[in-house]
Design a protein around this ligand. Structure first.
Ligand SMILES: C[S@@+](CC[C@H](N)C(=O)[O-])C[C@H]1O[C@@H](n2cnc3c(N)ncnc32)[C@H](O)[C@@H]1O
Length: 282
């Protein structure tokens, strides 16, 4: 990593100190591009994302970013891991914001690489606000969010004229053992519910949806590591899924999908599997 970046990172590890931004006063203005890295399969990023990554001076990335996606950046680009695993943030959000601002002020072309899409449970909005507040040029390149990647990889469409005319994305992150969700709105018929970060709270979600009117027999699934070679899928119903998931010892990253659309999996999955097997040869 270049000397300048080492200096900046050193600054960031001392958050209480004011940012030193004067060391490159005449540097050209840098910019920050928030780039969606997609759900894991390194081919699931946009052409624009690959092009912008190919010109990066610095890539600041989260733990859900597949290592193969980092390969799109030049060898010379500095790679800064900022973590963001649940309960284990390598750098707190505010320090990430400061780091991005400081790198851009130093004239760097910064790619802020995030799993999935930056604006879907990715704190991309917070980072953009922080950059805009400091007058930093910034842009967002969308990515395939986990829900869409997993829908394709499992053969479970998020909407379907026979089963669901709408789809909602929610976070199942538990706070003090409960979730602040609008259960009445979620427990509507003909709607698909996608739950991000919902592994720990799956039993609560299932209980609440049943208590608010969804049939206990509503199909549901959890997908671990979707779109990656090690993808695992567990299907069941609202009543059976929590125990099945526990028995399978599924781990994060995992996404839950609830709704009649999960029925499509049986019909479509065989074709999807064939494609996945052949993909390496394509
Ligand atoms: C902090 S959110 C980030 C979401 C991301 N911005 C997106 O658009 O997909 C992280 C959660 O996304 C879900 N997730 C992301 N990638 C996944 C994958 N490959 N398989 C399953 N779930 C995934 C998991 O629920 C994980 O806990």
């Amino acid at each position: 990593m270049e000397r300048l970046d080492e200096q900046l990172l050193d600054e960031m590890t001392h958050a209480s100190r004011p940012l030193r931004t004067e060391f490159a006063p005449n540097a050209p203005r840098g910019r920050v591009v928030l780039v969606g890295a997609g759900p894991g399969d390194p081919e699931l990023i946009t052409l624009k994302a690959a092009r912008v990554l190919g010109r990066a001076d610095v890539v600041v990335y989260d733990h859900l970013v597949s290592p193969a996606v980092l390969e799109y950046a030049p060898q010379t680009a500095a790679r800064v891991y900022v973590g963001k695993e649940r309960d284990r943030h390598t750098l707190p959000q505010q320090e990430i914001n400061h780091l991005l601002v400081a790198l851009a002020r130093a004239g760097k072309h910064v790619v802020r690489l995030k799993g999935g899409d930056p604006f879907v449970f990715g704190r991309g909005g917070e980072e953009m606000q922080a950059l805009a507040q400091e007058g930093i040029h910034c842009e967002v390149i969308p990515g395939i969010t986990a829900a869409c990647g997993i829908a394709a990889a499992t053969g479970v469409p998020l909407t379907h004229r026979d089963y669901a005319h709408g789809c909602v994305f929610v976070t199942g992150h538990l706070r003090d053992g409960s979730m602040d969700l609008d259960w009445d709105a979620l427990a509507r018929p003909r709607q698909t519910i996608v739950i991000y970060m919902g592994l720990r709270g799956l039993a609560v979600v299932a209980q609440q949806l049943i208590a608010h009117g969804l049939a206990a027999t509503t199909p549901a699934m959890v997908v671990e590591n979707g779109t990656n070679p090690q993808q695992r899928v567990v299907t069941g119903t609202l009543a059976t899924l929590p125990a099945l998931v526990e028995a399978s010892a599924l781990r994060s990253p995992a996404l839950a999908v609830v709704g009649e659309v999960v029925r499509c999996r049986d019909a479509i999955a065989a074709a999807i599997c064939d494609y996945t097997m052949q993909k390496a040869a394509l």
